[in-house]
Design a binder for this molecule. Structure first.
Ligand SMILES: [Zn+2]
Length: 125
């Protein structure tokens, strides 16, 4: 059996050769290292030996995954910034409520707190 159609060993780059254990039992082995296929039909064994990972596709997938992760990180940062902003508004509302509470009757305090909460949640009365 000729070795012309066999690619070099995917591990060491060495030349490949056919091995046979009898009729219907063939596999491909590297001449330089222990790499070898399982046995099977000539075509299956040859396809198995000659199959290579598509490096460009893997790199493209890795790039896509990295961009997705970066985008998710950006969204998380935006969400965190929004949370900090909401907390600052809440602090301001509490401080304002306490300031009014020291000056005004309870109805005005309640109204001020409700007003602050409306502003905070964006709800209309
Ligand atoms: Zn090898």
């Amino acid at each position: 059996m000729g070795d012309a159609q066999l690619k070099p060993c995917p591990f060491c780059g060495g030349p490949a050769e056919w091995k046979s254990g009898g009729p219907g039992c063939a596999w491909i082995s590297c001449k330089q290292c222990p790499a070898e296929t399982g046995d099977g039909s000539i075509q299956r064994v040859k396809d198995a030996w000659n199959r290579r990972a598509d490096i460009a596709a893997l790199q493209s997938q890795a790039r896509e995954s990295a961009l997705e992760a970066l985008s998710a990180y950006g969204q998380a940062q935006d969400a965190y910034a929004a949370q900090l902003k909401a907390e600052a508004k809440l602090r301001d509302a509490i401080v304002e409520g306490m300031r009014i509470a020291t000056l005004a009757p309870i109805e005005m305090v309640t109204e001020a707190i409700e007003d602050a909460l409306r502003k905070l949640t964006g709800a209309t009365p």
